[in-house]
Design a protein around this ligand. Structure first.
Ligand SMILES: Nc1ncnc2c1ncn2[C@@H]1O[C@H](COP(=O)(O)OP(=O)(O)OP(=O)(O)O)[C@@H](O)[C@H]1O
Ligand SMILES: [Mg+2]
Length: 351
Protein backbone atom coordinates (compact mmCIF):
# COMPACT_ATOMS: atom_id res chain seq x y z
CA UNK A 1 0.00 0.00 0.00
CA UNK A 2 1.22 3.49 -0.70
CA UNK A 3 2.36 6.03 1.87
CA UNK A 4 -0.64 7.40 3.79
CA UNK A 5 -1.86 10.74 2.48
CA UNK A 6 -2.90 13.50 4.86
CA UNK A 7 -6.20 12.27 6.25
CA UNK A 8 -9.39 13.46 4.59
CA UNK A 9 -11.07 16.46 6.20
CA UNK A 10 -14.16 14.54 7.24
CA UNK A 11 -12.09 12.13 9.28
CA UNK A 12 -10.58 15.02 11.26
CA UNK A 13 -10.82 15.26 14.99
CA UNK A 14 -13.00 18.35 14.82
CA UNK A 15 -15.73 16.56 12.94
CA UNK A 16 -16.54 13.71 15.25
CA UNK A 17 -19.25 14.10 17.82
CA UNK A 18 -18.30 17.75 18.07
CA UNK A 19 -21.69 18.81 19.40
CA UNK A 20 -23.70 17.68 22.36
CA UNK A 21 -26.08 15.54 20.33
CA UNK A 22 -26.79 12.27 22.13
CA UNK A 23 -25.01 9.35 20.53
CA UNK A 24 -27.40 7.00 18.74
CA UNK A 25 -27.89 3.49 20.08
CA UNK A 26 -26.26 0.59 18.24
CA UNK A 27 -27.91 0.14 14.89
CA UNK A 28 -27.96 -2.69 12.41
CA UNK A 29 -27.15 -0.09 9.75
CA UNK A 30 -23.76 0.65 11.20
CA UNK A 31 -21.25 -1.84 9.89
CA UNK A 32 -18.73 -2.40 12.68
CA UNK A 33 -17.01 -5.38 11.17
CA UNK A 34 -15.92 -4.16 7.78
CA UNK A 35 -14.21 -0.79 8.04
CA UNK A 36 -14.90 1.90 5.44
CA UNK A 37 -12.07 2.30 2.98
CA UNK A 38 -10.69 5.77 2.29
CA UNK A 39 -9.71 6.85 -1.24
CA UNK A 40 -6.08 6.15 -0.32
CA UNK A 41 -6.99 2.59 0.62
CA UNK A 42 -6.65 2.87 4.40
CA UNK A 43 -9.73 1.66 6.27
CA UNK A 44 -11.21 4.07 8.81
CA UNK A 45 -12.81 3.10 12.07
CA UNK A 46 -16.51 3.69 12.65
CA UNK A 47 -17.96 5.56 15.60
CA UNK A 48 -18.30 3.36 18.65
CA UNK A 49 -21.99 3.61 19.42
CA UNK A 50 -22.03 1.58 22.62
CA UNK A 51 -21.39 4.86 24.41
CA UNK A 52 -25.07 5.68 24.14
CA UNK A 53 -25.86 2.97 26.66
CA UNK A 54 -24.14 4.99 29.33
CA UNK A 55 -24.30 8.71 28.80
CA UNK A 56 -24.19 11.58 26.44
CA UNK A 57 -21.42 14.12 26.24
CA UNK A 58 -21.42 16.45 29.24
CA UNK A 59 -20.56 20.12 28.73
CA UNK A 60 -17.10 21.02 29.98
CA UNK A 61 -17.35 22.92 33.26
CA UNK A 62 -15.24 25.94 34.08
CA UNK A 63 -13.67 24.03 36.99
CA UNK A 64 -12.55 21.35 34.59
CA UNK A 65 -11.32 23.57 31.83
CA UNK A 66 -9.23 25.91 33.95
CA UNK A 67 -5.57 25.84 33.07
CA UNK A 68 -3.98 23.26 35.33
CA UNK A 69 -0.57 23.09 33.72
CA UNK A 70 1.81 25.16 35.85
CA UNK A 71 3.86 27.75 33.99
CA UNK A 72 7.61 27.19 33.67
CA UNK A 73 9.49 27.70 36.92
CA UNK A 74 6.33 27.41 39.04
CA UNK A 75 6.05 24.53 41.51
CA UNK A 76 4.19 21.67 39.81
CA UNK A 77 2.43 18.61 41.26
CA UNK A 78 5.74 16.75 41.31
CA UNK A 79 6.91 19.23 43.95
CA UNK A 80 9.61 20.49 41.57
CA UNK A 81 9.74 23.60 39.48
CA UNK A 82 8.24 22.90 36.07
CA UNK A 83 10.91 22.86 33.39
CA UNK A 84 10.44 25.12 30.40
CA UNK A 85 9.32 23.21 27.33
CA UNK A 86 8.92 25.13 24.06
CA UNK A 87 5.98 24.51 21.76
CA UNK A 88 6.88 21.87 19.16
CA UNK A 89 7.90 23.23 15.80
CA UNK A 90 6.31 21.84 12.62
CA UNK A 91 8.30 19.05 10.99
CA UNK A 92 9.62 19.64 7.47
CA UNK A 93 9.44 15.91 6.72
CA UNK A 94 8.38 12.71 8.44
CA UNK A 95 10.08 9.56 9.76
CA UNK A 96 11.88 7.46 10.63
CA UNK A 97 9.72 6.75 13.65
CA UNK A 98 10.86 6.64 17.22
CA UNK A 99 9.32 3.53 18.80
CA UNK A 100 8.07 3.96 22.35
CA UNK A 101 6.83 0.97 24.37
CA UNK A 102 4.16 2.02 26.89
CA UNK A 103 4.92 -0.52 29.54
CA UNK A 104 4.08 -1.52 33.11
CA UNK A 105 3.30 -5.08 34.16
CA UNK A 106 0.87 -3.75 36.77
CA UNK A 107 -2.70 -3.71 35.49
CA UNK A 108 -4.94 -0.67 35.25
CA UNK A 109 -2.28 2.01 35.65
CA UNK A 110 -3.18 4.05 32.56
CA UNK A 111 -1.05 2.44 29.82
CA UNK A 112 -3.85 2.31 27.27
CA UNK A 113 -5.30 5.70 28.25
CA UNK A 114 -1.83 7.23 27.93
CA UNK A 115 -1.17 5.52 24.59
CA UNK A 116 -4.40 6.86 23.08
CA UNK A 117 -4.13 10.37 24.45
CA UNK A 118 -0.40 10.87 24.07
CA UNK A 119 -0.76 9.53 20.53
CA UNK A 120 -3.64 11.88 19.72
CA UNK A 121 -1.74 14.83 21.22
CA UNK A 122 1.44 14.06 19.26
CA UNK A 123 -0.74 13.84 16.15
CA UNK A 124 -2.29 17.22 16.96
CA UNK A 125 1.23 18.66 16.95
CA UNK A 126 1.60 17.47 13.37
CA UNK A 127 3.48 14.25 14.14
CA UNK A 128 2.48 11.13 12.23
CA UNK A 129 1.69 8.50 14.81
CA UNK A 130 1.02 4.78 14.67
CA UNK A 131 -0.50 3.10 17.72
CA UNK A 132 0.10 -0.63 18.12
CA UNK A 133 -2.33 -2.62 20.25
CA UNK A 134 -0.17 -5.36 21.76
CA UNK A 135 -2.71 -6.47 24.33
CA UNK A 136 -5.20 -9.27 23.58
CA UNK A 137 -7.77 -7.34 25.66
CA UNK A 138 -7.91 -4.95 22.68
CA UNK A 139 -8.64 -1.98 24.94
CA UNK A 140 -6.61 0.38 22.76
CA UNK A 141 -8.61 -0.62 19.70
CA UNK A 142 -11.92 -0.36 21.58
CA UNK A 143 -10.85 2.98 23.04
CA UNK A 144 -10.52 4.29 19.50
CA UNK A 145 -13.95 3.07 18.49
CA UNK A 146 -12.93 -0.13 16.70
CA UNK A 147 -15.25 -3.13 16.91
CA UNK A 148 -12.16 -5.24 17.40
CA UNK A 149 -13.88 -8.58 18.02
CA UNK A 150 -15.12 -8.54 14.45
CA UNK A 151 -11.83 -7.83 12.72
CA UNK A 152 -10.42 -10.45 10.35
CA UNK A 153 -6.88 -9.10 10.37
CA UNK A 154 -5.13 -7.92 13.50
CA UNK A 155 -1.66 -7.75 15.00
CA UNK A 156 -1.99 -11.49 15.62
CA UNK A 157 -2.02 -12.23 11.87
CA UNK A 158 0.84 -9.82 11.37
CA UNK A 159 2.97 -11.65 13.94
CA UNK A 160 2.28 -15.23 12.93
CA UNK A 161 1.49 -15.16 9.20
CA UNK A 162 4.50 -14.30 7.06
CA UNK A 163 2.32 -13.26 4.10
CA UNK A 164 0.49 -10.56 6.04
CA UNK A 165 2.13 -7.13 6.03
CA UNK A 166 1.49 -4.15 8.31
CA UNK A 167 -0.30 -2.44 5.43
CA UNK A 168 -2.91 -5.21 5.44
CA UNK A 169 -3.74 -4.49 9.07
CA UNK A 170 -3.30 -0.73 9.56
CA UNK A 171 -6.45 1.33 10.10
CA UNK A 172 -6.81 5.06 10.02
CA UNK A 173 -8.50 6.45 13.15
CA UNK A 174 -10.91 9.38 13.20
CA UNK A 175 -8.06 11.58 14.44
CA UNK A 176 -5.86 13.18 11.78
CA UNK A 177 -2.33 11.75 11.61
CA UNK A 178 -3.23 8.85 13.92
CA UNK A 179 -3.22 5.27 12.61
CA UNK A 180 -3.78 2.00 14.44
CA UNK A 181 -2.67 -1.62 14.29
CA UNK A 182 -5.64 -3.19 16.10
CA UNK A 183 -5.83 -6.37 18.18
CA UNK A 184 -8.33 -8.66 19.75
CA UNK A 185 -8.37 -11.85 21.78
CA UNK A 186 -6.72 -13.77 18.90
CA UNK A 187 -3.44 -12.22 20.01
CA UNK A 188 -3.42 -14.37 23.15
CA UNK A 189 -2.48 -17.33 20.95
CA UNK A 190 0.54 -15.51 19.49
CA UNK A 191 2.59 -15.79 22.66
CA UNK A 192 2.39 -19.59 22.51
CA UNK A 193 2.86 -19.79 18.74
CA UNK A 194 5.91 -17.54 18.76
CA UNK A 195 7.74 -19.59 21.38
CA UNK A 196 9.05 -22.03 18.79
CA UNK A 197 10.08 -19.33 16.28
CA UNK A 198 13.69 -18.50 15.57
CA UNK A 199 14.25 -14.89 16.68
CA UNK A 200 10.92 -14.89 18.49
CA UNK A 201 11.73 -11.70 20.44
CA UNK A 202 12.39 -9.77 17.22
CA UNK A 203 9.11 -10.65 15.48
CA UNK A 204 7.35 -7.33 16.12
CA UNK A 205 10.41 -5.32 15.11
CA UNK A 206 10.64 -7.27 11.87
CA UNK A 207 7.05 -6.61 10.84
CA UNK A 208 7.10 -2.93 11.81
CA UNK A 209 10.38 -2.17 10.07
CA UNK A 210 8.98 -1.59 6.53
CA UNK A 211 6.58 1.16 7.69
CA UNK A 212 8.76 3.12 10.11
CA UNK A 213 9.73 5.72 7.51
CA UNK A 214 6.17 6.99 7.29
CA UNK A 215 5.71 7.80 10.96
CA UNK A 216 7.35 10.04 13.52
CA UNK A 217 6.23 8.00 16.53
CA UNK A 218 5.09 4.42 17.02
CA UNK A 219 3.51 3.89 20.45
CA UNK A 220 3.06 0.29 21.56
CA UNK A 221 0.40 -0.40 24.18
CA UNK A 222 1.72 -3.39 26.15
CA UNK A 223 -0.34 -5.85 28.15
CA UNK A 224 0.03 -6.04 31.94
CA UNK A 225 2.68 -8.76 31.94
CA UNK A 226 6.33 -9.15 31.15
CA UNK A 227 5.74 -12.07 28.77
CA UNK A 228 6.95 -12.59 25.22
CA UNK A 229 4.71 -9.92 23.66
CA UNK A 230 6.03 -7.26 26.01
CA UNK A 231 9.60 -8.47 25.43
CA UNK A 232 8.93 -8.08 21.68
CA UNK A 233 7.85 -4.48 22.30
CA UNK A 234 10.95 -3.74 24.38
CA UNK A 235 13.19 -5.42 21.82
CA UNK A 236 12.06 -3.18 18.95
CA UNK A 237 11.62 0.00 21.00
CA UNK A 238 13.97 2.94 21.19
CA UNK A 239 12.45 3.96 24.48
CA UNK A 240 10.16 2.69 27.19
CA UNK A 241 7.64 5.07 28.75
CA UNK A 242 6.21 3.94 32.06
CA UNK A 243 2.77 5.10 33.14
CA UNK A 244 2.59 4.69 36.91
CA UNK A 245 -0.53 4.94 39.02
CA UNK A 246 0.07 7.19 41.98
CA UNK A 247 -0.22 4.58 44.72
CA UNK A 248 2.14 2.70 47.00
CA UNK A 249 2.15 -0.73 45.32
CA UNK A 250 3.08 0.84 41.99
CA UNK A 251 6.45 1.83 43.38
CA UNK A 252 7.29 -1.77 44.23
CA UNK A 253 6.39 -2.97 40.73
CA UNK A 254 8.80 -0.54 39.11
CA UNK A 255 11.84 -2.44 40.41
CA UNK A 256 10.75 -5.59 38.59
CA UNK A 257 10.06 -3.66 35.40
CA UNK A 258 13.44 -2.02 35.65
CA UNK A 259 15.08 -5.48 35.90
CA UNK A 260 13.30 -6.61 32.74
CA UNK A 261 14.26 -3.44 30.86
CA UNK A 262 17.90 -3.99 31.88
CA UNK A 263 17.84 -7.64 30.79
CA UNK A 264 16.38 -6.71 27.40
CA UNK A 265 18.99 -3.96 27.04
CA UNK A 266 21.82 -6.36 27.88
CA UNK A 267 20.68 -9.30 25.79
CA UNK A 268 18.48 -8.04 22.96
CA UNK A 269 18.35 -4.28 22.47
CA UNK A 270 21.34 -2.19 23.60
CA UNK A 271 19.76 1.08 22.39
CA UNK A 272 16.72 0.77 24.71
CA UNK A 273 16.40 3.87 26.90
CA UNK A 274 13.97 4.89 29.61
CA UNK A 275 11.93 7.75 28.08
CA UNK A 276 10.33 8.68 31.38
CA UNK A 277 7.78 7.89 34.04
CA UNK A 278 4.41 9.58 33.87
CA UNK A 279 2.44 9.57 37.10
CA UNK A 280 -1.26 8.92 36.48
CA UNK A 281 -4.43 9.03 38.58
CA UNK A 282 -2.91 11.64 40.87
CA UNK A 283 -5.27 13.16 43.43
CA UNK A 284 -3.74 16.24 45.03
CA UNK A 285 -6.40 16.17 47.76
CA UNK A 286 -5.08 12.96 49.31
CA UNK A 287 -1.99 12.79 51.47
CA UNK A 288 -1.28 9.33 50.05
CA UNK A 289 -1.04 10.65 46.49
CA UNK A 290 1.24 13.48 47.58
CA UNK A 291 3.47 11.13 49.59
CA UNK A 292 3.80 8.63 46.74
CA UNK A 293 4.61 11.48 44.36
CA UNK A 294 7.37 12.76 46.66
CA UNK A 295 8.85 9.27 46.88
CA UNK A 296 8.71 8.70 43.10
CA UNK A 297 10.56 11.95 42.48
CA UNK A 298 13.12 11.08 45.21
CA UNK A 299 13.81 7.68 43.65
CA UNK A 300 13.60 8.46 39.93
CA UNK A 301 14.46 12.18 39.81
CA UNK A 302 14.44 13.85 36.42
CA UNK A 303 13.13 10.74 34.67
CA UNK A 304 9.69 11.66 36.06
CA UNK A 305 7.82 13.93 33.65
CA UNK A 306 6.69 17.27 35.02
CA UNK A 307 3.30 16.52 33.54
CA UNK A 308 1.11 14.59 35.94
CA UNK A 309 -2.23 13.07 34.96
CA UNK A 310 -4.89 13.67 37.58
CA UNK A 311 -7.71 11.29 38.39
CA UNK A 312 -10.89 12.26 36.58
CA UNK A 313 -13.99 10.45 35.45
CA UNK A 314 -13.48 11.99 32.02
CA UNK A 315 -11.10 9.13 31.14
CA UNK A 316 -13.50 6.23 31.75
CA UNK A 317 -16.05 8.27 29.75
CA UNK A 318 -13.73 8.44 26.77
CA UNK A 319 -13.26 4.64 26.76
CA UNK A 320 -17.01 4.28 26.38
CA UNK A 321 -17.19 7.00 23.74
CA UNK A 322 -14.35 5.42 21.76
CA UNK A 323 -12.28 8.53 21.23
CA UNK A 324 -9.35 10.37 22.83
CA UNK A 325 -10.01 12.94 25.55
CA UNK A 326 -8.43 15.52 23.25
CA UNK A 327 -11.49 15.29 21.01
CA UNK A 328 -14.09 14.22 23.62
CA UNK A 329 -13.36 17.08 26.01
CA UNK A 330 -10.63 19.12 24.35
CA UNK A 331 -10.53 21.86 26.97
CA UNK A 332 -10.58 19.53 29.98
CA UNK A 333 -7.65 19.28 32.36
CA UNK A 334 -7.05 15.71 31.12
CA UNK A 335 -6.70 16.87 27.51
CA UNK A 336 -4.42 19.71 28.57
CA UNK A 337 -2.28 17.31 30.56
CA UNK A 338 -1.76 14.89 27.66
CA UNK A 339 -0.91 17.79 25.34
CA UNK A 340 1.66 18.92 27.91
CA UNK A 341 3.04 15.37 28.08
CA UNK A 342 3.31 15.32 24.27
CA UNK A 343 5.31 18.56 24.40
CA UNK A 344 7.68 17.00 26.95
CA UNK A 345 8.02 13.81 24.89
CA UNK A 346 8.81 15.79 21.73
CA UNK A 347 11.24 18.02 23.60
CA UNK A 348 13.05 15.07 25.17
CA UNK A 349 13.22 13.39 21.74
CA UNK A 350 15.52 16.16 20.61
CA UNK A 351 15.47 17.99 17.28
N1 LIG B 1 -6.29 9.70 35.02
C1 LIG B 1 -7.29 8.85 35.16
N2 LIG B 1 -8.32 9.16 35.99
C2 LIG B 1 -9.35 8.30 36.16
N3 LIG B 1 -9.47 7.13 35.54
C3 LIG B 1 -8.49 6.76 34.70
C4 LIG B 1 -7.35 7.60 34.46
N4 LIG B 1 -6.54 6.98 33.56
C5 LIG B 1 -7.14 5.82 33.26
N5 LIG B 1 -8.30 5.69 33.94
C6 LIG B 1 -9.24 4.57 33.89
O1 LIG B 1 -8.64 3.50 34.59
C7 LIG B 1 -8.91 2.27 33.94
C8 LIG B 1 -7.59 1.61 33.55
O2 LIG B 1 -6.92 2.46 32.64
P1 LIG B 1 -6.12 1.85 31.41
O3 LIG B 1 -6.97 0.85 30.70
O4 LIG B 1 -5.57 2.98 30.64
O5 LIG B 1 -4.97 1.10 32.18
P2 LIG B 1 -3.99 -0.02 31.62
O6 LIG B 1 -2.72 0.12 32.38
O7 LIG B 1 -3.92 0.04 30.15
O8 LIG B 1 -4.77 -1.34 32.06
P3 LIG B 1 -4.36 -2.85 31.64
O9 LIG B 1 -3.16 -3.18 32.48
O10 LIG B 1 -5.57 -3.66 32.01
O11 LIG B 1 -4.05 -2.85 30.18
C9 LIG B 1 -9.77 2.61 32.73
O12 LIG B 1 -11.11 2.45 33.09
C10 LIG B 1 -9.48 4.08 32.48
O13 LIG B 1 -10.57 4.76 31.89
MG1 LIG C 1 -4.25 -1.49 28.73
Amino acid sequence: MSTPQPPAAESGSGSILADSTPVSPPSADIPHASPAVQPDGLPTVHPHHDGALFHTRQPETSRETRDIIPAANELGPTGRKTREVPDPTPLPSHGPAKIIAMCNQKGGVGKTTSTINLGASLAAYGRRVLLVDLDPQGALSAGLGVAHHELDLTVYNLLVEPKISADDVIMRTRVDNLDLLPSNIDLSAAEIQLVTEVGREQTLGRVLHPILDRYDYVLIDCQPSLGLLTVNALTCADEVLIPMECEYFSLRGLALLNDTVEKVRDRLNPRLKLAGIVVTMFDARTLHSREVMTRVVEVFGDVVYDTVITRTVRFPETSVAGEPITTWAPKSSGAQAYRALAREVIYRSGP
